[in-house]
Design a protein around this ligand. Sequence first.
Ligand code: DAT
Ligand code: MG
Length: 139
Amino acid sequence: MATNRTFTMLKPDSIENGNIGNILQMITEAGFSIKAMKYTQLSDAQAKEFYAVHAERPFYGELVEYMTSGPIVAAILEKDNAVADFREMIGATDPSEAAEGTIRAKYAENKGRNAVHGSDSDENAEIEGNFHFTAAEIF
Ligand code: DAT
Ligand code: MG
């Protein structure tokens, strides 16, 4: 069966706002299976490395500060067409532009505190999953 994986983080606003259960329910009801999962807090160095592609952007410092401000839930998800289907399910980066019914439309506060991360390609899903999980933590 053709299937593939994506990587997600439920960001600190999702934890602060009590939305871990709601978001995980949306994810599993959409047919994603959980291959790995961890409740953790990113260090400054981890957040800087994870978001290194945005290092030159004006919001980088704010992004790193925010992503280290509290715990996150990191997970590897599996489903056919996982990367594209998950991006569709999370909605646009800015929740005011996110389609109705998407995770960000329902739960994000603003463009920075936007509830969830979703990988943007199969290649990045692999890199990001391996950044957070060892082989023994992936089922
Ligand atoms: P996405 O998370 O939709 O893939 P991205 O990769 O362009 O968006 O940016 C990564 C994160 O950086 C995003 O989820 C929130 C933050 N961010 C992006 N643009 C921003 C902006 N203009 N102001 C503040 N934070 C921003
Ligand atoms: Mg992105």
